[in-house]
Design a protein. Structure first.
Length: 158
């Protein structure tokens, strides 16, 4: 796949076709929720047992892992690379400096489904869990994103 030929739909179709349990995180998740933000990268939190499924699906669109599944499991992350850089986190759980811990299984159980296009959906963490993932890094842009997510959660029906 030529670097100029990769589109969001390619990412979401490959993710969906993989059958892997993956949650779109980072700013790409905010874009899917309608946030007025821009991003050029992709961030995914993947169930640690589904690395091979995801890699096989993305290989079909010429995106290849930066390391073996075994190395990815030991590091807790890896990258799918070619025309786009896709960061894949594979940790069973994660916590940040503020001690906000979240397990993949808890995030997956509370996931939200977003329609990306005709017959194409993506899974995102719930808004409270997405806020936790943004607090892990707590960069200035993450704090802005948290403000937007907080406002969104206040407008959403309970």
């Amino acid at each position: 796949m030529d670097a100029d030929d990769f589109y969001d739909e390619d990412f979401f179709r490959a993710l969906s076709a993989s059958g892997a349990r993956g949650l779109v995180i980072g700013r790409r998740a905010l874009v899917a929720l309608g946030a007025p933000v821009m991003t050029t990268d992709y961030d995914l939190w993947l169930h640690i047992d589904d690395i091979a499924k995801l890699n096989e699906s993305f290989a079909k669109i010429d995106h290849h892992p930066s390391c073996t599944p075994e190395v990815a499991r030991s590091r807790g992350r890896y990258v799918l690379e070619n025309s786009q850089h896709i960061d894949v986190m594979v940790a069973r759980a994660r916590s940040g400096a503020a001690g906000l811990a979240l397990s993949f299984d808890d995030a997956w159980a509370a996931r939200q489904t977003i329609e990306i296009g005709p017959s194409l959906t993506a899974y995102l963490p719930s808004i409270p869990h997405l806020i936790i993932t943004k607090r892990w890094a707590s960069r200035p842009r993450d704090l802005v994103d948290i403000e937007w997510l907080t406002l969104l959660s206040q407008r959403s029906p309970s």
